[in-house]
Write a new protein. Structure first.
Length: 347
């Protein structure tokens, strides 16, 4: 058994890591294609029919409860960072709906015969620290003995009903904006192979530990028509969900796509996670022809990725100003257009 005093590489105890261990979009569609509860529960504002970030239930005429869960296998070796990243990633779903998180419950699977419980305690400590930064308690949880380490949260949030932002309500002419650069899956894969530089590791970890708390403020802005967060299906996967839910297409300018500093080195080494190709195989037919670099970055599974916003042109300056005031860099990447032959065109 690995003990806390021993050098532990958590990523070596799992076959996947972070949101890169998600089930592919096409397989998930088959799993969830058995119907929804929307017709049975009239207060259910958002369920799984539009592949949104969280479920939303109206509790009265003004307010709604937001509920989500997210968990995965280690994406980094440090237990405290793993717990923090998993927590930030799960809480992001509440922010992506324009909501305010209220509390979290931990989900832990641990190979007790391989890894000491003290290491699991460090994972929990990292999650509790992230929850504290979000202003919520880690109020309980559930654990099982599992073959691989797994951790995440179930998170409850709240919002005024008019503040809820779905991923399916973008309108034609909306500008598309991204709040975090891409490349998490590529760099995390380099880390698992022992090829990630120290500076790049620190940069990657810091990005994944950054809360998407700006989402709560954006939820109150009428010009923000739709929000989703970019996670395991890559930017293209989540943008396609926005397009299909909204009945529109999107055009993005690849030259404006933000990439994590230092990513080119790992692209030159042809490093990418398996999930990248599974993503492309699931939705590649819905996208214009891609170059190699476009495929590997736009289909790259993100863990604790940024928010993708659809903003009406008249409200662009207000949204940019709001993000700037909060210290969030907002990257314009394209626009929503009338529905065409492809869901997304990459220029």
């Amino acid at each position: 058994m690995e003990k806390p005093s021993d050098p532990v590489r958590l990523t070596q105890f799992s076959h996947g890591g972070g949101c890169g261990c998600k089930i592919s979009p096409s397989v998930l569609k088959d799993i969830l294609g058995q119907g929804t509860d929307a017709g049975l529960f009239p207060d259910l504002m958002i369920g799984n029919s539009t592949s949104d970030d969280a479920a939303v239930m109206a509790i009265d005429g003004e307010r709604a409860i937001i509920s989500t869960t997210d968990f995965f296998m280690p994406i980094v070796d440090d237990p405290h960072d793993f717990g923090g990243i998993a927590a930030v990633n799960a809480i992001s779903d509440i922010y992506a709906m324009g909501g305010k998180p209220l509390m979290a419950i931990a989900i832990l699977g641990w190979p007790v015969a391989k890894l000491a419980p003290e290491i699991a305690a460090q994972v929990i400590a990292g999650a509790r620290e992230a929850c504290s930064r979000a202003g919520i308690p880690l109020a309980g949880g559930h654990s099982i003995d599992s073959p691989e380490p797994i951790f995440g949260l179930a998170v409850t949030g709240i919002a005024d009903r008019h503040q809820i932002k779905a991923n399916s309500t973008a309108t034609e002419g909306c500008g598309l904006f991204l709040t975090k650069p891409l490349g998490v899956g590529i760099m995390a894969t380099a880390g698992k192979r022992g090829l990630l530089g120290d500076d790049d590791r620190a940069r990657l970890t810091a990005q994944m530990l950054t809360l998407n708390s700006i989402g709560e403020r954006l939820g109150g802005m009428r010009s923000v028509m739709a929000i989703t967060d970019v996670t395991g299906f890559g930017l293209l996967g989540h943008l396609i969900e926005m397009c299909e839910g909204s009945g529109l297409s999107a055009v993005i300018d690849y030259s404006k796509i933000p990439l994590i500093e230092g990513l080119q080195h790992y692209l030159d080494l042809s490093i990418y996670p398996d999930m990248t190709m599974r993503n492309f195989q699931s939705y590649g037919s819905k996208v214009s022809t891609l170059t190699g670099p476009q495929l590997f970055t736009l289909c790259d599974p993100q863990t604790s990725g940024g928010l993708l916003l659809a903003v009406e042109p008249a409200g662009r300056e207000e949204v940019v100003s709001c993000c700037k005031e909060a210290g969030v860099v907002l990257h314009p990447i394209g626009s929503m257009v009338r529905r065409g032959d492809r869901a997304v065109t990459v220029q």
